[in-house]
Design a protein around this ligand. Structure first.
Ligand SMILES: Nc1ncnc2c1ncn2[C@@H]1O[C@H](COP(=O)(O)OP(=O)(O)OP(=O)(O)O)[C@@H](O)[C@H]1O
Length: 234
């Protein structure tokens, strides 16, 4: 589904990613872990096309997308929920969903908006309220639903557990797994919270200084404190 081959990227002349190669199969759910500043967000933004790759190739469903603009990649099936979610605070919950559907222009998006309101009763209940009035957890649900309105094949999530009350974190984990399993959407999730990452993903790529350092099972990492210290600095 997603293949990166020897991808380098950065900000202007500052390189951040150095020859990243990875492969995520159709329907897989993988985590991207690593210390602060190793380049996890930069990697997601290189996949969405916000940051151009200076070297290497990105493929989606076997097709090269390296030269595509972000809106073309979105149409090709990539949805991205950035860190902090960036929902439209002044728009209603319903309009947040409609704007995403209208922009993506995937056939039948209006009915997916209705489906989202059915699947997430909290969004139906709050549909006339502004996005900014929702709690962190509710905003994350809205951000997930907004991404789904674009009918993606690949969903990229940057720190979905951040700023969410512990009581709601498990619900978010459940929704992400549900999206992956029931809708068969491939998911890549960046997380600082290892327990959360392990509760949703079996496999993780660990990054270090702009490179993939290891691919391993999240359970293995969760049970090995010295490995966590070595790879994540925790
Ligand atoms: N817009 C930007 N302009 C210049 N440098 C940036 C920019 N965004 C990030 N960087 C730098 O790129 C490097 C990688 O940052 P990135 O946000 O990708 O790391 P990360 O692993 O996602 O970290 P975190 O967990 O803290 O979000 C860091 O050194 C950071 O300072």
């Amino acid at each position: 589904m997603l293949q990166l081959h020897d991808v380098s990227a950065g900000y202007g002349p500052t390189p951040v990613l150095h020859g990243i190669s990875l492969e995520v199969g159709p329907g897989e759910l993988v985590a991207l872990l690593g210390r602060n500043g190793v380049g996890k967000t930069t990697l997601l933004r290189t996949i969405t096309g916000e940051i151009p790759a200076s070297r290497g190739e990105v493929r989606l469903a076997e097709k090269p997308i390296t030269k595509m603009k972000p809106h073309e990649r979105a149409r090709a099936g990539i949805a991205y929920v950035p860190q902090g979610r960036q929902i439209f605070s002044d728009l209603s919950v319903l309009d947040n969903l409609r704007v995403a559907g209208y922009a993506a222009q995937k056939p039948g998006w209006q009915s997916i908006v209705d489906e989202m309101l059915e699947q997430f009763p909290i969004l139906a209940e709050k549909r006339t309220l502004t996005g900014g009035s929702l709690s962190g957890g509710q905003q994350q649900i809205l951000a997930l639903a907004r991404a789904l309105v674009t009918a993606p094949d690949l969903l990229l999530l940057d720190e979905p557990s951040e700023g969410i009350q512990p009581s709601i974190v498990q619900q978010i984990a459940h929704e992400i797994k549900d999206i992956n399993q029931r809708r068969n959407i491939t998911v890549v999730i960046v997380e600082q919270n290892l327990e959360f990452a392990a509760s949703v993903a079996d496999t993780a790529y660990v990054m270090d200084k702009g490179r993939i350092a290891q691919k391993l099972k999240t359970d293995h990492l969760l049970s090995d404190v010295s490995l966590q210290h070595e790879l994540l600095g925790v």
